[in-house]
Design a protein around this ligand. Structure first.
Ligand code: G3I
Length: 318
């Protein structure tokens, strides 16, 4: 067979997509492509704190279960996203004092990771997301303000206790190439592991833009994390451009997709690549960066773009 997932599996890698629950229930084309082209799924929003625990100790599983059930039906793995983040976290969490916040975090992790611990589809978690600011300093989030950096080690230990078999990841953006932020990430992962904190994996989100150039030394950056003994994964790949698309922008975008897939293929501890969506019909980019978009591998009508071919051919290459 000739799907992305067939070729990825033949190379020992996953090829994933982030999925949204609403088109998954409503659109046949969305379901068909999601179910046949990818072998790993991330919930774009359904497993975040605001979705899973909107009020304290009142858990809401329907959206998360929709994703996990779809993946199970299609023989796909699930990467859990995300247990601890500063965005999409309810106000009740942000208003807690330090001790109550630490307890709420531990409880949230125990409940959410614990719910899927026995489910063989759910193989990994983003335990903490975006703990750095853009300069590679600790982000001044409510987590950091109330708990200092101790919440990071604490979150990983709680996740290991909740699901001993899951790969536990730290995930961030602008850490794809070698730069100050990725070096800060490298130093943090090294120090956490030296303290026996159970960090198994580093996620490189990879929200790229053709107008900013391809990041420098991606393969070397992946390799330095691999050499620490952790898995590396591309977790949220998309490559935006200034809309409208044209043939030249599409070609440049396709080259970036090729480069990212090839970097992962070249590093044995790079386990795979997840694209943050798959169709330009549903993407966070235009909402966040007005005038930009067309970042994915299918167009808004579910037609394959040159970037689909780029990912396909890189995976099939070999
Ligand atoms: O749930 C409400 C819905 O009730 C309401 O009708 C609708 C109206 O706009 O908004 C819905 O919430 C939106 C939610 O996505 C679900 O669609 C939020 O406004 C919107 O802000 C939210 O955006 C998500 C964003 O994270 C928010 O942090 C994007 O879909 C999602 O792609 C994006 O993903 C993040 C990763 O988790 C972490 N890395 C960066 C990446 C891109 O920002």
């Amino acid at each position: 067979a000739d799907s992305l997932r067939d070729h990825a599996a033949a190379r020992g890698k996953f090829i994933g997509a982030a999925l949204a629950t609403s088109p998954l229930s409503g659109e046949t084309a969305y379901r068909t492509i999601a179910g046949t082209e990818f072998n790993q799924i991330t919930a774009e929003n359904a497993m975040k704190w605001d979705a899973t625990e909107p009020s304290q100790n009142q858990f809401s599983w329907s959206a998360a279960d929709t994703i996990v059930n779809f993946a199970t039906q299609n023989g796909q793995q699930v990467h859990g996203h995300t247990l601890v983040w500063h965005n999409q976290t309810p106000g009740w969490v942000q208003n807690l004092g330090a001790d109550a916040l630490r307890s709420a975090m531990r409880n949230h992790i125990a409940q959410v990771a614990g719910r899927y611990a026995a489910n063989p589809a759910v193989v990994s978690w983003d335990v903490v997301n975006e703990v750095f600011d853009d300069n590679g300093n600790m982000r001044d989030s409510f987590w950091y303000q109330k708990l200092g950096d101790s919440y990071i080690a604490d979150a990983f230990r709680a996740a290991r206790a909740a699901d001993p078999d899951a790969r536990l990841c730290i995930n961030d953006y602008n850490v794809e190439g070698v730069n100050a932020k990725s070096t800060a990430m490298y130093n943090l992962v090294k120090s956490l592991r030296a303290q026996n904190v159970p960090v198994d994996c580093v996620g490189l989100q990879s929200h790229l833009a053709i107008q900013y150039g391809f990041p420098g030394q991606v393969q070397q950056n992946m390799q330095r994390f691999a050499d620490l003994g952790v898995e590396v994964r591309v977790t949220e790949l998309d490559i935006r451009l200034q809309t409208p698309r044209d043939a030249s922008k599409d070609a440049q975008q396709a080259t970036y997709y090729t480069n990212m897939v090839n970097a992962c293929l070249a590093v044995s501890r790079c386990s795979g690549i997840t694209i943050w969506g798959f169709t330009d019909k549903y993407s966070w980019v235009p909402d966040t960066f007005p005038g930009q978009g067309a970042a994915l591998i299918y167009d808004e009508g579910y037609n394959r773009k040159p970037s689909y071919t780029a990912v396909h051919d890189a995976l099939a290459g070999g």
